[in-house]
Write a protein of this length. Sequence first.
Length: 230
Amino acid sequence: MKETKLWVLVIGVLLVVAASAYFLISAVVSMTQNVSEAADRAVQPVDDVAEMTGSLATQMAQVLNPTPTILPDPMTVIHDVRSLARLETIEYSIEKVIKADSGQQELWILFGDKLIFVAHGNVIAGVDLAKLSPEDLWVDAGALYVRLPEPEVFVATLDNDKSYVYDRDTGIFTKGNVDLETLARQAAEDEIEKAALEDGILDQARTNAEYYLLRLFQTLGYPQVIFVDE
């Protein structure tokens, strides 16, 4: 009988301890959840402010640096159409640095404007076969004689994707000459063509033309082809 009462007492104590532990753990879990929710509520306004600030900065950047809008006119006017027989035989890719300035030297610091323009351009040369007449081709003693037109420059233009203004400096009381970059680009085209001519692009264009036409005429059945300059 005494042993039975002892076991009942032990079981009762264990039940009380288990119940106390359960309520203690539940209270801790509930407190942790409340603290986490409070932290989330405290962080949320900070996130909202950061998001709003970032959005405002993006909008200000778009206002201060708007994306250019290009709207080509739907009307196209074709002024001239010509048939060409140009044999392009050589192309030069050239880089040229152009310095341009405007304004009186004495008052440059007040009203002057200068820039450095890095120009990338292409020059294409060859011979215009449309200028080849029947009198420029004749056969003598089994050989084909050919008098080619003078080589010429067909294209001398800037590569706008690679050309850029490296530096520009204006006086205190001026916003700069609006035509200065245009003038620099025009000068760059002239200088690029001049550099190609000085390097002998026309001589190389003639040599390449003779080489290509030699193979063509030999394919047509003329084993001996002689180019003349007369």
